[in-house]
Design a protein around this ligand. Structure first.
Ligand SMILES: [Mg+2]
Length: 132
């Protein structure tokens, strides 16, 4: 099974870094979509079949937290595994996200951290056996 991914971050450089890390991870990837804020993320979720969302929190127009809130109001979106990648320093906010069942990765991150977290969320069967 190939996994369709949506990467949401207002930094194009960061989106590229996340995409590169995911590609290096050995994950069987289908389509990769990118969005620059939560609203674009929701638009992409409406248009495409997405199996995994990797999102920033702090973005203009709509934050990642608000996007996740909207996703949780939508039956067709609420079960999509979501990983938050952020510089967020507020422990309260991080705990709130974790209580919603989200995985949290601090920026800056290592490609290994991305791989391990994606594996944690999706299981190792969607990875190539040769995947490092
Ligand atoms: Mg940001």
């Amino acid at each position: 099974m190939a996994v369709n991914i949506l990467i949401v971050d207002d930094s194009g450089v960061m989106r590229s870094m996340i995409q590169k890390s995911v590609r290096m991870s050995g994950l069987q990837i289908g389509e990769v979509h990118q969005a620059a804020n939560g609203q674009e993320g929701l638009d992409a979720l409406e248009k495409h079949w997405i199996d995994l969302v990797i999102t920033d929190i702090n973005m203009p127009v709509m934050t990642g937290e608000e996007m996740i809130g909207r996703m949780h109001e939508r039956p067709e979106m609420k079960a999509i595994p979501t990983i938050v990648v952020s510089t967020e320093g507020s422990q309260t906010r991080i705990e709130r996200l974790k209580h919603k069942g989200l995985k949290f990765i601090h920026k800056p991150f290592s490609p290994e951290k991305i791989r391990d977290t994606v594996k944690d969320v999706l299981g190792s069967e969607v990875f190539n056996e040769s995947g490092a």
